[in-house]
Design a protein around this ligand. Structure first.
Ligand SMILES: [Zn+2]
Ligand SMILES: [Zn+2]
Length: 345
């Protein structure tokens, strides 16, 4: 039987991937599948699986021979369940990869590539124990790539000693990173041995560097935060992106990203978040659909943030209809909130 080279790609699908990150990830995965398919050796041996993680971890593509692999939908959710992703990876490798023993040669040792751009929101230590004790010895190369300024390199360094950093989430950097991944996998398909694959790090792409785990920053920066909102006029969703301003000790508007129908994982609406005092949030970014920068928060049960573009001024003062729960409420009574459920993706 032909020995397979199993490749697992773990992809952070948290809200912080919104915009260029998500577009580059979709383009990059598509390119990996098509580029590997043009190499006869890779085409014969590489089997690929994609696991996405946000609030939960999910198999987007089970281990599949390259000619049969199709681009899975990649959608965003809340949170960064890196621990859950590692446990799912361990379970899949246990089920899908055949080990070498006295009677069979088994598959080649798997290669794992993890892309993460934030801070884990679940119990990484616990999950790492599970991963290491079950399949940790089997995995040949585990490439971990922290993407952008907010990647928590201290946590990622615990996952593997092959730690890379992509300096930004810009399309150019991520495109080069995915190109490098497909080159690395093509090379790995040519040069497998039972001791494990080589680490192909001689030629890292521009904007990507090797990180020395012994020299990490003492503490990670205050991460950006993201708020889901809906346009009150057009009833279409978007994500507001705020950046921490160290000098002003405030989160400042960065920009808003409109969300398409296919950009959000439907079962991950709402979800776990942390409360952030909105008094440290300066003015929010404008609604990408109607341009207003005024917002209304629906009551505690609904909690939907919508732009105030659709506020109607009647004889009893301004009123607003929540696009989510459709409750019409008066703004004259002073509807407001002092804290918001905020997700750091
Ligand atoms: Zn709007
Ligand atoms: Zn509502």
């Amino acid at each position: 039987m032909l020995r397979r080279l199993p490749v697992y790609i773990l992809l952070d699908c948290s809200e912080s991937m919104v915009g260029e990150g998500l577009a580059a990830a979709r383009r990059g995965i598509g390119n990996i599948l098509s580029r590997l398919g043009t190499n006869p050796q890779a085409l014969e041996t590489v089997h690929i699986s994609i696991i996405g993680f946000a609030g939960k971890a999910k198999v987007l593509l089970p281990l599949t021979a390259l000619p049969d692999a199709t681009m899975p939908p990649i959608r965003l959710g809340n949170g960064t369940a890196l621990g859950a992703a590692l446990e799912l990876l361990a379970a899949r490798i246990r089920d899908e990869v055949s080990r070498r023993d006295k009677t069979q040669r088994g598959d080649w040792r798997p290669i794992v590539i993890l892309l993460a751009d934030g801070k884990p929101t679940d119990d990484l230590e616990k999950s790492l124990k599970v991963y290491k004790s079950t399949v940790g010895d089997l995995v040949a190369n585990f490439y971990v790539v922290g993407c952008g300024e907010d990647a928590d390199l201290r946590s990622l360094a615990k996952v593997s000693d092959i730690l890379l950093k992509a300096e930004s989430m810009e399309a150019g950097v991520l495109d080069r990173l995915f190109f490098w991944m497909s080159e690395t996998l093509t090379e790995a398909s040519r040069s497998q041995d039972d001791k494990g694959g080589r680490t192909m790090l001689e030629s890292l792409p521009v904007g990507v560097t090797m990180v020395d785990a012994k020299h990490l920053p003492d503490k990670s920066a205050v991460g950006d935060f993201y708020l889901r909102a809906v346009c009150g006029v057009k009833n279409r969703p978007f994500i507001m992106h705020f950046r921490w301003d160290e000098a002003g000790e405030t989160f400042r508007a960065h920009r808003s990203h409109p969300l398409g129908q296919d950009d959000i994982e439907p079962d991950q609406e709402g979800g776990a978040g942390e409360s952030v005092d909105i008094s440290i949030v300066s003015s929010p970014p404008a609604c990408p659909y109607c341009g207003t920068d005024q917002y209304v928060i629906c009551g505690p049960d609904c909690g939907t943030i919508s732009c105030a573009g659709g506020v109607v001024r009647g004889p009893e003062g301004p009123s607003h209809r929540c696009p989510k729960c459709e409750v019409q409420f008066s703004l004259a009574k002073g509807a407001g909130a002092t804290s918001l459920r905020v997700r750091r993706g």
